[in-house]
Each structure stands twice: as C-alpha cells, then as structure tokens.
Design a protein. Structure first.
Length: 333
C-alpha cells in the first residue's frame, strides 16, 4: 500500500468496562499508532451513547496529545451545528497552540445523537441549514480575516488549523469541493453514496489556500487478528454490540438474541452499515484494503479497528501496520 493509513477511534466502552478504561485504551492506541507510522488518529463526537466515550471531543484530543509526541490528532468530527463556530475555533486554536502542527478539525453537520439528545444539547433543529456559513465563519476565526467584525478567536487567530469536511452524501462532497477542503467520507458506517460523492468532489473541486488538489479520506472497518477464526469471532461480537447500540434502549441482549435480530429485516440495516469491512489475517485485510482504496478512489484510508476489547483493537492496529510496511519508529516509553 502506498497511501497513508489513519485511525478513527470511537473510544468504545466495552462490556464491563468504564469510560476511564476506554480512555486508557485510546491513549495506548494513539501511542502505538504513532510508533507504527499511522498518519493521524481522529475522534468522533457522539452523545447519549453508552458505548462511546468521545462526546467531549476536544477534551479527549487534549488528553491524547499530552500522552503522544508527533502523530496528528483531530476530530472526525465535530458536529458543528451543535456548537458556535467561535467556541470551536477557541477550542481547536488552544489545542494547536499547545501542540503545534498536530491538530486537525473535521466538521460534520449531523447531530451525532437522537432527537431528545438534540433538545438536551439546546440545538436548533434548523442549525444544519447554516452549516456552510458556519464553516466559513469558523475558518475566518482560524485563518483570518474574521467574518464577524470585531470578533476574534483567542487562541485561534492565525493558527491555521486545517479543516476537513466529513460527510456521507453528495451535500458534503459538493461543499468540500466548493471550499477547496479535504473530504472524508463516512463509508465505515454509511457506505451507499461513496463512489458518487467522491466522483462529484473530484469533478467540482476548486483549489484553495489550504489545498491545491483534491484529497479524499475514506472510512473502512478492520478486524485483523492472528487467525481468520479469531477475526470472524471478533467481527460477530462487534455486530452484536451494534445491535445493542441501535435496538437495546437500555436492554442487554444475549448473543442468541442479537444474532436473531441480525438475521431479521431490521438487523439488515446494521449489516449494511458495515458493508466495507476487512476481516481476517493481516494478509487478507491488506488485500481487501488495497481493493477498497481503488474502489473508493481514496488518497488516504481512515480505519475503524473494530473489536469489543482493547487488546483486540491494539493487535489489529499492529497487524495492519506490519503487513502494510508502515514506518516503524517503536521506542521505549
């Protein structure tokens, strides 16, 4: 593989695990990714999900940055309609000031939550309509000039934190192209429009001060293990966990119950979400990723290492890096 590999870490809280243990796992993953030559690690903003601990995204990034040295870290992404652009500019301006040259800011327009949680966030249901204007306002705070006369982000102004547009539809692709920003497609959970969105982005891309040529990042699930059977077992456990996330409403399903739901018409949605998944030994996973990169016309892959346990995810990170021949800079910590 000649394109960069990155990681999307959802700070998953496994069965019987605490949020603190999840964060310790995220630190370990970022440190390992740094040592093995991954380009970046991103964290996604989700709310009111008992199995995902990355809700306070900028705080988590700060914690991980303090425990790593060089790898790029960022949001994949911040759901901008949940926040004021000035607040996000200040948060990521602070991160960039503390950790210069290491911070990314991916932006999405989805709520990252359900309708009740949107209300709890005090989010205006129409806030997504102003997403393009909010992106430009945010960009002004970070790169200048400000679009709100007399209002500057401190820290933030002049930090030039790079922006990325995240999406799973043609809307985000068109916006990223018009603004000349990199485009990250969420094909790891919303695969349907991948090729159409990437083609539109490349066709309509306009160079900008941040980016001269298009740059596509495509999301993909990976479960790499020492044996095929072990990888398949972990992948099945991941799918069962998704059933609990989407259908549980506080209920814990047995494995048999989760498998029955997966076999039902409702469960097909979970399986469709995970359409782009590389599962198996490192060699099989690498072969899949090579084909997927071509299929997605991607310049970079961002990998969601899927396992219900921290050690399984770390081993997957390691196996993929070894198979792909990423630059290994392992040092004693």
């Amino acid at each position: 593989m000649t394109i960069p590999f990155s990681i999307l870490d959802l700070a998953t809280i496994g069965k019987g695990q605490t949020a603190a243990e999840s964060f310790a796992g995220s630190v370990a993953m970022a440190q390992l990714a740094e040592d093995l030559g991954y380009r970046r690690v991103w964290y996604a903003e989700h709310h009111n999900m008992s199995a995902i601990a990355s809700s306070a995204t900028s705080v988590l990034i700060a914690h991980i940055a303090a425990h790593t040295k060089s790898i790029r870290l960022g949001a994949g992404g911040v759901m901008l309609p949940n926040h004021s652009p000035l607040t996000i500019a200040e948060q990521f301006g602070t991160l960039e000031t503390l950790h210069p040259g290491r911070i990314d800011l991916g932006l999405g327009r989805a709520p990252g939550s359900d309708q009740n949680t949107m209300r709890a966030l005090r989010r205006d249901p129409l806030a997504a309509d102003s997403f393009p204007q909010d992106v430009l306002e945010l960009q002004g705070y970070l790169t200048g000039p400000t679009r709100i006369q007399g209002v500057e982000a401190t820290p933030g102004k002049g930090t030039d934190v790079p922006l990325y547009i995240l999406g799973s539809s043609l809307f985000g692709a068109r916006l990223a192209a018009q603004l000349g920003l990199p485009y990250a497609f969420a094909s790891h959970f919303a695969p349907n429009a991948l090729q159409d969105a990437v083609a539109l982005y490349r066709r309509e891309f306009k160079p900008s001060a941040q980016l001269e040529v298009p740059h596509v990042i495509a999301g993909v699930n990976v479960v790499a293990a020492d044996t095929t059977a072990e990888a398949q077992e972990m992948f099945q456990a991941t799918k069962r966990a998704r059933v609990g996330l989407f259908f549980g409403n506080g209920r814990i399903f047995t494995d048999d119950e989760a498998d029955m739901i997966l076999d039902s018409p409702q469960g097909q949605h979970v399986l469709t979400m995970m359409k782009y998944s590389a599962v198996g030994t490192s060699e099989a996973v690498l072969e899949y990723l090579d084909g997927f990169a071509s299929h997605a016309d991607a310049d970079e892959l961002i990998i969601a290492h899927q396992s219900t346990g921290t050690q399984g995810r770390l081993r997957s990170v390691e196996l993929v890096a070894e198979a792909a021949g990423l630059v290994n800079n392992v040092t004693a910590r």
